[in-house]
Design a protein around this ligand. Structure first.
Ligand code: FAD
Length: 363
């Protein structure tokens, strides 16, 4: 049974991640929820890295045999909600006052309010998939969890614009003013980001200023960013966080409830999907043959990919952003970017991390 504190319409409209790793696409297909994704998703063979007007294509498909697919997180959520309801699963929206109890016992409970009355649910297990600000992680006693955390001194100003993308694949741009990213949601909608100071005020960025800065940071000779009406804009802080372990008794954390990464590596949504892939298999084994082995391994196994993604997301962030280290640091970044264009081994390392290492039972 799933309980969710937001309305369905809100979840189906909330624009967040948009890049699916090969593993995520494969899993959605296996679950028979990949039909619209196959029809509407944009399959990409690589990404572009741009610096000082020069563009390099990292050929992910050629180097790894794997692809990435552009398909909005809200579309994945729509497909999963529809499938869950169609298959007769229980899914309750707009619940409130959620709390978990007795997670160290064999009968953990969830209490919540819905439709004006109080409810209590007795469970075999609780999957805490309630995001970074949810209640599950804080319900683990603080002396039993270790938290690793780092906040970058910058954020991303992101826009969603009604403008056909002027690029067929994502462009990650290094620029002395700071990082910029050109991505898209469809053949008609662009999503673009600018690195801004962590305490930046959105009011300081008129639509004109945003487009002008995007044209500067993404510049390449004879090419321009396509402009259009801005549908949404906002500033997201850049943070990294891991909570260990991801299990306490019969409570299992998954996704942002346990870890977040800076979005530069496009890993947040994909990591959440990987956690539930491992957790679902462990639950299935427990119900099928009473084996607790998968549940006992869950935290260690999930954390292996979490830390791989932490490392890669931080590598991409440090490669491309102005980290405040001055001219010496910029020269190092340019040398690293050049290395990616000189060495197939370096490009392959980036490509296999970006596409996501193949899913395994132990990773
Ligand atoms: C603005 C923004 C942009 C992002 N862009 C990217 C990107 O480009 N690429 C990328 O990979 N990742 C991106 N992410 C991260 C990505 O969206 C998350 O990693 C992903 O949503 C994690 O999924 P989740 O299910 O763990 O958590 P969530 O998607 O946060 O889902 C948790 C759910 O739990 C519900 N909930 C919370 N508390 C309770 C409660 N007490 N009771 C019941 N329900 C509760 C919430 O309403 C929510 O629906 C972005 C995130 C944000 C905020």
């Amino acid at each position: 049974m799933i309980i969710e504190d937001r309305p369905r319409e809100y979840l189906e409209r909330r624009v967040r991640a948009g890049l699916l790793e090969q593993n995520t696409v494969d899993l959605l297909r296996q679950l028979d929820v990949g039909e619209r994704l196959d029809r509407e998703g944009l399959v990409h063979d690589g990404i572009y890295l741009r610096r000082e007007g020069r563009t390099q294509h990292i050929e992910i498909a050629k180097l790894t045999g794997r692809h990435v697919t552009i398909y909005g997180q809200q579309e994945v959520v729509k497909d999963l909600i529809a499938a869950r309801l169609q298959r007769g699963g229980e899914l309750h929206f707009e619940v409130s006052d959620v709390s978990v109890h007795d997670v160290e016992s064999e009968r953990p409970r969830i209490s919540y309010s819905a439709g004006g009355s109080e409810h209590e649910l007795e469970c075999d297990f609780i999957a805490g998939c309630d995001g970074f600000h949810g209640i599950c992680r804080p319900s683990i006693p603080s002396n039993l969890r270790t938290e690793y955390e780092y906040t970058y001194p910058f954020g991303w100003l992101g826009i969603l614009a009604e403008a056909a993308p002027a690029t067929d694949e994502l462009i990650y741009a290094w620029h002395e003013h700071g990082f910029a990213l050109y991505t898209m949601r469809s053949s008609k909608i662009s999503r673009l980001y600018l690195q801004v100071p962590v305490d930046e005020e959105l009011e300081r960025w008129s639509d004109e200023r945003i487009w002008a800065e995007l044209q500067v940071r993404l510049a390449s000779e004879g090419w321009r960013v396509n402009e259009g009406p801005i549908l949404e804009k906002g500033i997201t802080p850049m943070r990294t966080f891991v909570c260990e372990p991801m299990r306490h008794g019969r409570l299992f954390l998954a996704g942002d409830a346990a870890h977040i990464v800076p979005p530069t590596g496009a890993k947040g949504l994909n990591l959440a999907v990987n956690d539930v892939r491992l957790l679902a298999a462990a639950f299935a084994a427990w119900y099928r043959n009473g084996s607790a082995a998968g549940l006992d391994r869950y935290s260690d196994t999930a954390l292996r990919r979490v830390w791989r993604a932490q490392d890669f997301s931080n590598y991409m962030t440090q490669l491309l952003h102005d980290l405040g280290g001055g001219a010496y640091e910029s020269r190092l970044q340019l040398a690293r970017l050049e290395y990616l264009s000189l060495s197939e081994a370096a490009a392959t390392s980036l490509a296999e991390n970006y596409a996501g290492l193949p899913a395994r039972d132990d990773f």
